[in-house]
Design a protein around this ligand. Structure first.
Ligand SMILES: Cc1ncc(COP(=O)(O)O)c(C=O)c1O
Length: 416
């Protein structure tokens, strides 16, 4: 097999919407009921999602960030409270926390799984801690038993951020069913996608109702399992009717997005399996390579591989920089390799503390600086994220082979 992309010509990713997406979108159009307040696709999507996880409630919102914000507020997180999230994750766990006027506190990560280190999370607990957001990074669940034990001991809410994790398992249990709430994203790159969207799942009726109301303008007739607001026309049309009893936002998911997400959910097993099988092809070609070490998946866990993360140690081992390895792989026909996001507290939005003016008394003693979470800071610059979002295993195989050849070619430098 040559390194040229030409050898794969004709092998293409099939369309992203191979199922009922188009048919369902047409149905929404024809219904002329395009908002979650009146349509039924949100409700259908929520029921299907809840059933998939075997939980009582699912509440659809318009992103995996609005879900985090609403979940934090539903858990009672407010000004001055502290929320612990890991130091290796996207910015949204921090920004959702700040939007609740709370303080992001960072727990370091495990050096091999890159998920939150429960022992470090325990060290970060203070009297102000109100919630923990374990993030299933790249699709790998966190070590949830000690996290739940810490949370129970201190009376904290646990919100699993599973934006990157679909149907992964932790010790036989589905990730998302262990914390008090779990948050999902249907943004364009996720396992289930409708452009933008999100979901909270929970077994707690109060949390579900609060999330729905916070995301739905605080309409008082919203319930844990019902997002439509005009079900009782006599009440709703009456001028004396008071509608709102909670401060809310409009985080509702449109019916178009709900219909697309519903169609995607019908194919969830296939969509997850394609990512897992793609990741396995890449892991296979990394076997025996001492400068690309894939994310560890501990015994008893499964990983749904939103993306395949690997630590690149090529600079030390073969004298090839991160950038040059990436360039070579792409030149040989490989797909773009992403680096991992900066640790959140070194992103300008957090590091500069410009947000503190929203609530100065809350942030007066907060100080984010380099060195806060040493393992995350050491791992982050070395990470390479390989694409798993193939809809055609033949194509994934071709790209994995290109990676294998790139590894072999560059490895020769060590010996020459
Ligand atoms: C771990 C994690 N949390 C939260 C989010 C936010 O989701 P969304 O983009 O739907 O707001 C994402 C998505 O990028 C994510 O990867």
């Amino acid at each position: 097999m040559g390194l040229s992309v030409k050898s794969q010509s004709g092998v293409k990713n099939p369309s992203k919407y191979l199922g009922n997406e188009l048919e369902y979108v047409k149905k929404v159009l024809a219904s002329e009921s395009w908002s979650a307040t009146g349509g039924s696709w949100n409700n259908a999507l929520e029921r299907k999602f809840a059933d998939l996880f075997g939980v009582k409630y699912a509440v659809a919102l318009n992103s995996g960030t609005s879900t985090l914000h609403a979940a934090l507020e539903a858990a009672g997180v407010g000004p001055g409270d502290e929320v612990i999230s890991p130091a290796l994750t996207v910015i949204m766990d921090s920004t959702a926390t700040i939007h609740a006027n709370a303080v992001p506190v960072y727990a370091d990560i495990d050096p091999e799984t890159w998920t939150m280190d429960p022992a470090d999370a325990a060290k970060k607990i203070t009297k102000k801690t109100k919630a923990i957001i374990p993030v299933s990074i790249y699709g790998l669940p966190c070590d949830m038993d000690p996290i739940m034990e810490i949370a129970e001991r201190h009376g904290l809410a646990v919100i699993e951020d599973n934006a990157q994790c679909m149907l992964s398992k932790y010790k036989g249990r589905l990730a998302g069913t262990i914390g008090h709430m779990a948050s999902y994203s249907f943004e364009n790159t996720k396992h289930i996608s409708c452009g933008e969207g999100g979901m909270i799942i929970t077994n707690d009726e109060q949390y579900a109702e609060a999330v729905r109301k916070l995301g739905g303008h605080g309409f008082k007739n919203l319930m844990a399992e019902e997002g439509r607001i005009r079900l009782n026309q006599d009440l709703f049309q009456n001028p004396n009717y008071k509608r709102h009893d909670v401060l809310g936002w409009n985080y509702r998911l449109s019916e178009f997005n709900a219909a697309i997400a519903f169609a995607q959910l019908e194919r969830v097993d296939e969509l997850v399996s394609l990512r897992v099988k793609s990741a396995e092809l890449f892991i296979d070609v990394m076997a025996g390579c001492d400068f690309l070490i894939p994310q560890k998946c501990p015994e008893g866990y499964t990983n749904s591989y939103y993306t395949l993360g690997a630590i690149y140690a090529g600079r030390e081992k073969i004298g090839v920089s991160w950038e040059d390895f990436r360039k070579e792989y792409i030149k040989n026909g490989g797909d773009g390799v992403y680096g991992a996001w900066s640790v959140p507290y070194l992103e300008p939005v957090i590091e500069t503390m410009a947000f503190a003016k929203r609530c100065p008394w809350v942030y007066s003693s907060v100080d984010y600086k380099k060195g806060l979470c040493k393992t995350a800071e050491a791992v982050q610059p070395k990470l390479m994220q390989f694409k798993t979002n193939y809809r055609n295993l033949e194509l994934a195989k071709a790209k994995a082979e290109i990676l294998g050849e790139t590894i072999r070619k560059l490895d020769k430098r060590r010996h020459s």
